[in-house]
Design a protein around this ligand. Structure first.
Ligand code: B12
Length: 221
């Protein structure tokens, strides 16, 4: 079986919500030496993208979406441990989560995967994360980056409130804050005082690495 077939089968497994296939083709990808990065982005994540469009066009509904995400995670569980980490000194720490009120976490998890693949230690607070929890975790783990996701316009306010809390607790100069998710624009990021945004997980990781450079004088100790 060729690399392209495995990749398209991964996509198909997500679209059809077939977790067994997603797992099997993820294993096949490893067996064939396919870059797990490519298998995640061009295979699994592509399937989720297709499902998002189908949902918008009313060609798919919530149950199919749940099955698709379930299949995606089946494949991710196999591939994630094989994503290459960059060697180096102590990893930079990223606190990551979907903001309070928002249970969407597929995009957030992709951002986590890409941060991990780029050498970050990603501390995942999960979804529907209370405003204070981001600050508490940042202090506890001496974080460099805080990554906030939201997919709903109704929870964008909680993104702003989370950033405000980070400011109020006096740690704003120690962390870089990235925000993202479909409704987030650069204008919104500027308005709420985030350090940046990006439209996909790969860009998110690239931006996080870029922002670390500015932070070098200002780490926790
Ligand atoms: C899958 C899905 C669900 C699943 C979520 C499963 C899960 N575990 O995440 C389920 C079925 C649970 C769900 C529930 C709901 N959903 Co929904 N859902 C979607 C759907 C179809 C796809 C989202 C998705 O996963 N996309 C794929 C991922 C890979 O993309 P992504 O999340 O955008 O992430 C990428 C980028 O945004 C970026 N990114 C993400 N995070 C970050 C962070 C940083 C820092 C950066 C830089 C970048 C970045 O990188 C990611 C990867 O490249 C969208 C519609 C759509 N087409 O997007 C609706 C959508 C988001 N849902 C919507 C709604 C309204 C709901 C519900 C309220 C529905 C209901 N009535 O119950 C509930 C929410 C409950 C709640 N309190 O949160 C609306 C939101 C409307 C709005 N604009 O406010 C949407 C847009 C559908 C619509 N057109 O109405 N949903």
């Amino acid at each position: 079986m060729e690399q392209n077939d495995v990749i398209s089968n991964l996509t198909e497994a997500v679209v059809t919500g077939n977790k067994d296939d997603a797992t099997a083709y993820a294993e096949k990808a490893l067996e064939l030496g396919i870059d797990p990065y490519v298998a995640v982005i061009d295979g699994l994540a592509k399937g989720m993208e297709i499902m998002g469009v189908k949902y918008d066009n009313k060609e798919a509904y919530m149950p199919q979406l749940m099955m698709a995400s379930n299949a995606m995670y089946g494949g991710m569980n196999i591939l994630t441990p094989h994503l290459k980490k960059e060697d180096g000194e102590k990893s930079a720490v990223a606190i990551i989560g979907s903001v309070e009120g928002d249970v969407h976490d597929i995009g957030k998890n992709l951002v986590k995967t890409m941060l991990t693949a780029n050498g970050f230690e990603a501390i995942d607070l999960g979804k529907d994360v209370e405003i204070n929890d981001f600050t508490d975790a940042a202090i506890e783990h001496q974080a460099d980056i805080i990554s906030l996701s939201t997919l709903m316009t109704s929870t964008m306010d909680n993104m702003e409130a989370t950033i405000k809390h980070i400011q109020d607790q006096g740690i704003r100069d120690k962390v870089k804050i990235l925000i993202g998710g479909a409704p987030v624009t650069q204008a919104f990021a500027d308005e709420v005082g985030a350090d940046g945004t990006a439209t996909d997980a790969m860009e998110a990781a690239r931006l996080a690495k870029e922002l670390l450079v500015d932070l070098s004088d200002n780490r926790w100790n």
